[in-house]
Every structure is written in C-alpha cells, then in structure tokens.
Design a protein around this ligand. Structure first.
Ligand code: IMP
Ligand code: MG
Length: 334
C-alpha cells in the first residue's frame, strides 16, 4: 500500500492501537511513525492474551522488524517514552526526531489545575501546556537532552527515503477527529489538530505521498471528559449494552452514545478517508467474537457494515471482532 495514515473518526479510543498492531504484522511494516499528541494518548494492544497500554511507543511494535519513529510534531515525556521502550524491549529500533518538544514538570503541573483540569478535563499529561510553550518558542526539544542522544533521528528523511524505496510506512494518528483543536468541539478539544493532514505534517510527509487514509470508527461512540456527545446514553445503560469503558490514561469513565453517521460522514470528509476500519463489532454482535472471515459474521453485523458503507461511500476493509490483534476480518484482498 505504500504510505498509510490511520486516524480515529470520533473522539478517540476507537481501537487504532489494535488495528495498527495488526497491520504491522500483516503488512510487514518497515516504519511506523507516531504522529498526533503526546502521552495524553493511550493506545491498547492485545497480543496472545497480554495487554499493552502504550502512551508513546508506536503501536506497530508487534512486528519485530518495524522501525518505531516519533515525528517532530509530537511532544514527548522522555521518562514515559524510555520506560515503555525498555519494558517492550524495543530500544534498538526506536528513533525520536530531533525536534520533538519535551514535556517538563511545569507543563504537567499547569495541566493538572485551573481551567485545563476543571473546565476542559485534560488528561493532565502536560501535552497541552508543552504545545503552548512550543508555540511561544521557549520549549526545549529532543536534541537538547543527553538521555535522548542515542535515539535522535531525522524522521521526515527516514520516512520519505523508505517510501522512495517502495517500503510500507504507516503514520499513526492519536486522539480523534472531534478532539481536533481546529475541527473538534472547541473548547473541549485537545491542543492541536489531529486529523490526517496534521498527522502527515507531524512526521514530515507531504500530501501527495499518501496512498491510503484508514478512518477508524468504533461501532458505538465514546468520549472522555466534557463536551457535546450527541445521543449520549446514561452510564447504567452503557453498562447494560456492554459499552461501559474506562479511559486508558486517566481511568475516567468514558461517556457513550450510539454510532453516529453524521459525525462519521464529516470525519470522512475532514480526513480524506479512503477506507474504514470498523472496530468492536463483536460488542454489538457478540456471536461475531473472534470471527476472521466476512461470511462468518452474523446477518445483523453484515447489515450494519453494509449500512456504514452505503452512508459513507467507502469500503469497510477491516472489521474488529475482539481485542486481540488477530481478531479481525481483513477484506482488503477480497
Ligand atoms: P488533553 O489532550 O490532555 O489536553 O485533553 C483534552 C481533551 O481531550 C480531554 O477531554 C481529554 O479527555 C481528551 N483526550 C486527550 N487525549 C485523548 C485520547 O487519547 N483519547 C480520548 N480522549 C482524549
Ligand atoms: Mg485511547
């Protein structure tokens, strides 16, 4: 496929981690370049029963030959990044762009009080204040830190050279379309644009180089923190439907609502999506759990998938049927 961008079409937590960890192994990715926010992100990967909660390391770590890069647009917390790299044993294939901004204690403190905590309900990770300071051009960047020296890389150059050689590159977005600073439910949004174009800019890839934009849509919508959520159902109802989720980074309850075709259509537009990954279909249709071929999906599930395709005018190429990275229907070759 060449260059693929993966972004979330709602409010994040749609299952990018699962989809990317699958694509990494299946497509033998050469590079996964992390774009988007910083350690405010929480991507969950499940492999052979083991659950990995990632905040900084690209979700494609599951393919042992995949180079794991962090683009210059991303803000990093070196402590979290290096700990995750050590725990996953991926330090030897990690590259951090020289220009990544560094989260410091004062950013975390600023993110944990005042209107950011009270009104916006941020993750408290320091990501927003760090981005603000980057805009002020006073923030320290990766090349200023001795502990990052051995990981420093020119991410745009590496990514574009890999594409020149015809290799498979995936750009990993974070958060979700409607948490975008530009396109989301302002002011209840994250501290930067997180749509596909921004993800490309974060890693230094120009728009003409992108081959596919996979929009990840969960079979129902969830949102952490305040801000509008059309069709929101009470927590007790979410529990009853199996939609009750708890946030990876903050442990907060995720608010829930049914799949929203209007938002999905707008997300397709904003991201220039070319395909849809529809995740957690097994939560709506439990008999589909673990299914790996389209014809084994239930009638109800196939009806839902066809409706998504009709309404959005795009193929649903990947269907999540469980948390494990192999629990997926892959229709790309069909
Ligand atoms: P911040 O990104 O920490 O500044 O938080 C701003 C808003 O975005 C809050 O409502 C957060 O709950 C939300 N948010 C940030 N990152 C994520 C994420 O990765 N998944 C879901 N919500 C997020
Ligand atoms: Mg998440």
């Amino acid at each position: 496929m060449g260059c693929t961008v993966v972004v979330d079409g709602f409010f994040g937590d749609g299952g990018k981690g699962k989809i990317i960890s699958y694509l990494a192994v299946k497509d033998r990715l050469s590079i996964c370049a992390r774009a988007g926010g910083g350690p405010n992100a929480g991507h969950t990967v499940v492999r052979e029963g083991k659950v990995y909660k990632l905040r900084m390391i690209p979700s494609a770590f599951t393919y042992e030959k995949c180079r794991l890069l962090i683009g210059p647009g991303v803000v990093i917390n070196p402590e979290i990044l290096l700990r995750e790299a050590r725990e996953l044993g991926v330090s030897d294939r990690l590259g951090v762009d020289r220009q990544c901004a560094i989260i410091e204690r004062r950013h975390i403190e600023a993110d944990s009080r005042g209107h950011l905590k009270g009104k916006i309900g941020t993750t408290g990770s320091g990501t927003g204040p760090c981005n603000a300071e980057r805009a002020m051009r006073t923030v320290r960047i990766a090349r200023d830190l001795p502990e990052l020296r051995e990981y420093l890389a020119d991410v745009p150059l590496e990514v574009n050279e890999a594409l020149d050689r015809g290799e498979e590159v995936l750009i990993e977005g974070t958060q979700g379309t409607f948490l975008s600073l530009y396109h989301g439910t302002y002011p209840y949004v994250t501290s930067k644009d997180v749509t596909a174009s921004a993800a490309c800019a974060d890693v230094g890839v120009g728009p003409t180089r992108v081959d596919e934009v996979i929009l990840v849509l969960k079979a129902y919508v969830t949102r952490v923190g305040p801000g509008e959520l059309p069709g929101e159902i009470p927590w007790e109802e979410a529990v009853r439907r199996g939609w009750a989720e708890v946030a990876t980074v903050t442990g907060r309850k995720r608010r829930a609502a049914p799949f929203n075709f209007g938002l999905a259509r707008r997300a397709v537009m904003l991201n220039g999506a070319t395909q849809i990954a529809l995740t957690k279909v097994d939560i709506l249709y439990p008999e589909c759990r673990g299914v790996r071929s389209y014809r084994e999906l239930t009638h109800g599930a196939r009806g839902f998938i066809e409706k998504v395709e009709d309404e959005l005018g795009l193929p649903v190429t990947l269907i999540g049927t469980g948390p494990d990275l192999w629990e997926v229907v892959d229709r790309r070759e069909a």
